[in-house]
Design a protein around this ligand. Structure first.
Ligand code: TXA
Ligand code: MG
Length: 343
């Protein structure tokens, strides 16, 4: 573990970063913080290095990776035929939690893109991530640094819980900020299409480039997603999770019935409601009055249930707007789409 204070000046010449970068150059795996979640990084130009990511994560090989860059010049090492709308998005949202899907350059390992002719690229808004990319002099392919299927890591401890012994190093820069992954937007379609909701909201994007589409698979359960990763169950805690739409008293009633049948039950709520529930474990993630705080703590809360012995977890639902779209997308995936509605 390399502990690095993200506020020190000139991080890309910092000894810990130089050493972490040397692992990347040797095709080894380095986990590092971004503003969204921790990434598991490898040299994006090396097929051998990228293979290591799939092995360490236990990730299905048809799920492509995001390439992280530190400068706009680096974009031309990985992507080509870049449409003007992509430049507009970069100018507004980079560095930041927006990933652009663009036509791919041959130099990028086909293992990164799972054989697709497009590549997903983003410039993370985190000084450690940027310094690591700069010090290695390479674009870095990085999925979230969790074992496949688990909630994404927002601390170095989460990374080690999942990947200790499977990776060369983790750069510990403290807890990440946004808490959910980047928004993935396909810039190769006539109208840009959101493939995965994330840290940048649809509303924020539309304010800059006008109307965008949303991949049908995000709305209709049967459609096949264009972002291969979106089809997998994901983010799941060990106990079954059920999302409950309705009042806190309805959720309490559901909990009471389950406990009466002899099960131990957890509730996932927010600060505002935490004291109103009676259950075996009550975990609050953020404040409902500010959904950004919920996004930030969601994965830590899901992981925290694994340290308890609850048989079932019931979660409140959140408004499906703004950052709430990303929260509900992750929560429903974590629940395997198990939901209950108050009549
Ligand atoms: O915030 C994030 O995006 C984090 C941090 C580490 O940067 N990374 C992340 O990576 O979430 P990962 O691998 O967990 O998710 C990448 C998503 C998947 O849903 C994948 O299918 C999609 O991006 N993706 C990657 N390349 C694509 C492509 N060429 N076309 C469509 N979707 C793509
Ligand atoms: Mg992931």
């Amino acid at each position: 573990i390399f502990f690095v204070d993200k506020n020190v000046d000139d991080l890309s010449t910092y000894p810990q970063i130089i050493e972490a970068a040397s692992y990347v150059k040797r095709d080894e795996l380095v986990a590092f913080p971004t503003e969204t979640v921790y990434g598991l990084g490898a040299n994006a130009m090396s097929t051998a290095a990228v293979e290591n990511i799939f092995v360490a994560k236990g990730r299905p090989s048809d799920n492509p990776l995001i390439v992280h860059i530190a400068t706009k010049e680096q974009l031309h090492d990985v992507a080509c035929d870049i449409p003007s709308v992509a430049y507009t998005l970069m100018d507004h949202f980079w560095p930041g939690p927006l990933t652009l899907v663009l036509p791919k350059k041959d130099a990028v390992s086909p293992r990164v893109t799972a054989g697709l002719n497009t590549v997903a690229v983003r410039m993370p808004n985190h000084p450690i991530a940027l310094a690591l990319i700069q010090a290695s002099g390479l674009p870095i392919a990085a999925p979230s640094a969790n074992r496949s299927g688990r909630p994404s890591p927002t601390t170095a401890k989460h990374v080690l819980d999942d990947l200790d012994g499977r990776i060369a190093a983790v750069v510990d820069g403290g807890a990440t900020g946004v808490g959910v992954e980047s928004t993935v937007i396909d810039c190769t379609s006539a109208i840009p299409t959101i493939l995965r909701p994330g840290g940048v909201t649809k509303e924020e994007i539309e304010r800059v480039i006008g109307a965008v589409d949303i991949d049908r698979a995000l709305v209709e359960k049967e459609a096949v997603p264009k972002s291969p990763g979106m089809k997998y169950t994901h983010y799941a805690p060990k106990a079954p999770l059920i999302v409950v739409y309705g009042s806190p008293s309805f959720l309490q009633q559901v909990v009471n019935e389950k406990r009466a049948s002899g099960f131990t039950v957890g509730v996932l709520t927010t600060e505002e409601q935490r004291d109103t529930y009676e259950a075996d474990v009550v975990i609050a993630c953020g404040r409902r009055s500010d959904l950004r705080t919920v996004a930030k703590q969601l994965y830590d809360a899901l992981r925290a249930f694994d340290e308890t012995h609850v048989h079932f977890i019931y979660s409140e639902a959140f408004p499906n707007e703004g950052i709430g779209v990303a929260i509900m997308n992750r929560l429903l995936k974590a629940a395997g789409y198990q939901q209950m509605m108050e009549k």
